[in-house]
Design a protein around this ligand. Structure first.
Ligand code: ZN
Length: 278
C-alpha cells in the first residue's frame, strides 16, 4: 500500500538546494508532503529559530537535521573542534524542532590507516554529545553508511554495528540515541531483516530514508534512483520497518545529479508518484 504523502518527508538534498530554504519549505508543503529534512548549509547562514517557526507554520515536521561534522580527526584539538561544531548544530536542530540529528560519523583521518582508532574516536565523539542531546531534546541518529564509504564518510557500516554502539553508550536504552536506516546503505546486508527487528525491539529507529539503488550505478554518491527505479524491494523493506511499530515519517533522500536538474515543482510531483513503490 502506498504511503500517504503526509507521512513522507523530503530531504532537501533531493532538490539540490536550487531555491532558498523558505521557497523550498513552501514548495514541499504545497506539494502535500508532511515533512522536511534540511541541511546545515541552508540553516547556518540564517536563524535556525526563525526558519524552524517558518517550517512549523507551513505545517511541516522536521524528520531530521543533516548532518554531523565528522568525528575522526588527526589531532585531539581537531577532534574537540568537531565536537564543538556538532554541539552548535545540535542547538540549531533543537530550534528547528528536528526529530533527530543525523550522525554521519566520518571515515579515516587524512593519511591514517587506523580504522579501529577512527571507530573509537566516533564512539568517544557520540558519548561527548549525549548530554547535550538529552538536554536539548534532540536524539542522535547514527546512520550506518554503505561500506564503500568507510574511508571517507563513515566507518559505521551496518545497522548491527550502529546498534552495538547504541548499546555500548546507552545500555539502559533511555538515552537520546538510535539509528537512521537508509535503504541505500543497508539493503545488501544479509542480516537486514534481523537487524531491523532488533532495532525495533530496542526502540532505536529514529529515521527511515528512502530511495533506490540503480543497476548500473554511474556514480557512487550522486546516482541514486527514485523509489521503484532500482533493485531494492522497498515494499518489503517498508513493511519490515513498520512491523517494528515505527510510525515516523519516511524521508525521501535521493542524491541524484540527474534529478536535481528538474524544476522543484516537477521533481516533487515525481517524488509523490514514486511513493507507490513504498
Ligand atoms: Zn540517509
Amino acid at each position: 500500500m502506498p504511503v500517504p504523502l503526509h507521512n513522507v518527508s523530503i530531504n532537501t538534498a533531493t532538490l539540490g538546494y536550487k531555491a532558498s530554504i523558505r521557497e523550498t519549505v513552501d514548495a514541499i508543503a504545497h506539494a502535500g508532503f508532511g515533512g522536511i529534512a534540511p541541511w546545515r548549509r541552508e540553516i547556518e547562514s540564517g536563524a535556525a529559530r526563525t526558519i524552524g517557526r517558518y517550517i512549523r507554520d507551513a505545517g511541516l515536521r522536521v524528520s531530521g537535521y543533516c548532518r554531523s561534522t565528522y568525528f575522526p580527526a588527526s589531532s585531539p584539538e581537531a577532534w574537540s573542534a568537531s565536537i564543538e561544531d556538532n554541539r552548535q548544530a545540535l542547538r540549531d536542530a533543537a530550534e528547528l524542532g528536528a526529530e533527530c540529528f543525523v550522525l554521519v560519523a566520518g571515515g579515516l583521518p587524512n593519511g591514517s590507516r587506523d580504522l579501529a582508532g577512527a571507530r573509537q574516536q566516533i564512539a568517544d565523539g557520540i558519548a561527548a554529545l549525549m548530554r547535550d542531546a538529552a538536554a536539548l531534546g534532540v536524539p542522535l541518529a547514527i546512520e550506518p553508511l554503505h561500506p564503500m564509504y568507510a574511508a571517507d564518510r563513515s566507518c559505521i557500516n551496518t545497522i548491527e554495528q550502529a546498534l552495538d554502539l547504541c548499546t555500548l553508550l546507552d545500555p539502559s536504552g533511555i538515552g537520546p540515541l538510535g539509528v537512521a536506516i537508509d535503504v541505500y546503505h543497508t539493503w545488501w546486508d544479509p542480516k537486514l531483516e534481523a537487524m531491523i527487528g532488533r532495532a525495533g525491539r530496542e526502540n532505536r529507529i529514529l529515521a527511515y530514508h528512502v530511495n533506490d539503488w540503480l543497476d548500473p550505478t554511474s556514480d557512487l554518491l550522486m546516482d541514486r534512483g527514485l523509489p521503484g527505479e532500482g533493485v531494492i524491494d522497498l515494499s518489503w523493506f517498508g513493511n519490515c520497518i513498520r512491523d517494528t511499530g515505527y510510525n515516523g515519517l519516511s524521508e525521501l533522500e535521493v542524491f541524484s545529479k540527474l534529478l536535481q536538474n528538474t524544476p522543484n515543482d516537477q521533481l516533487l510531483k515525481k517524488c509523490a508518484a514514486s511513493l507507490t513503490a513504498l
